[in-house]
Design a protein around this ligand. Sequence first.
Ligand SMILES: Cc1ncc(COP(=O)(O)O)c(C=O)c1O
Length: 275
Amino acid sequence: MYRMELQTINSLVNGEIDYEDLRSKLLVNKNKPAIININFGTTYKGAIDDVDMILQILENCGYSNDRFYIHCDAALCGLIVPFINHAKIITFKKSIGSISVSGHKFLGCSMPCGVQITRKTYITTISRKVEYIASIDNTISGSRNGLAPIFLWYSLSMKGHVGLQQDAKMCYENARYLKDRLHKAGISAMLNEFSNIVVFERPCDDKFIRRWQLSCTRDMAHVVVMPGTTKEIIDNFFKDLMQEREKWCGITLAPCLADDIGSQNCLCSYHNMHH
Ligand SMILES: Cc1ncc(COP(=O)(O)O)c(C=O)c1O
C-alpha cells in the first residue's frame, strides 16, 4: 500500500520469526530505518515472536529507538495469551509502536472489526482534518464503521475479564486435549506453547477435509480451538478422523512432517522408530 521496499523474513519450524535471518537482513539494510511486523500468534501455527529477542537484535545491529517501529499483530491471540499463566506478554513498557487485535475472532463479534492500540504521539502525527465532514480523523480512508466499536464494547462488557479468562483457559486446555489425543493415536501433531492452534497431518480424503472445513497447506491441516470448540466437538472430530484414517492407512503411508512441525512432533514411520 505504501510502496515501500520490503524484506520477507524466514520463519522457524514452529512458525516464529527466524531471528538469525532478521539479524542478517537488518545488517544488510543498516542504512535504512526498519518497520517490523511481529506476530503474537501466527495465522497457521499460532507462533509467538519473542519481542525481547527482537529488541536485542535491533540494538546489537545499531538501531536506536528512533530508527525502528514494531507492530505486534495479535489478531487472534491478543485476547487469549494475556490470560494464560506464565505466557509472554506484550506491553508498551517495551519499545513497540502498536498492537492490533481482531474483534470478530476470539471475541466473536458478528461483524469484522478490530482494535489498534498505539502511542498518542503517533496518533497526533497522522491525524488530519477530513474536509467534507469537518472533523479530525486518523484512518487511511477517512471513513469507518461506527457500529463496530459498539459491538466490540458490548462483547467485551458481556464477557468481562472473568469471561474472557474462562474462554481463554478452555481453548488452551481443549487444544492440548486434542493434540494429546492425536499423539496417542500415532498422528503427527504440533501445538505451540501458548497457542490454541493444533497443526497435524493432512487428512487424505477431500470429503473429510470439506466436512470439517479444514484449512490445509502442504501435508498439514490445522484446527483452531475457539470458545465454541467443545470437548464433545473435539471427540466427534477425533472419532470421525480415526474411522476415516483406517481406510487411508491401508493405502498410503503417513507423511513425514519433520520439516513442517519439527521431528519431535512427527510420528511418521521413520521418526516413530527414532523417538
Ligand atoms: C495473525 C493474523 N493477522 C491478521 C489476520 C487478519 O485479521 P482481520 O480479519 O482482523 O483483518 C489474521 C486472520 O486470521 C491473523 O491470523
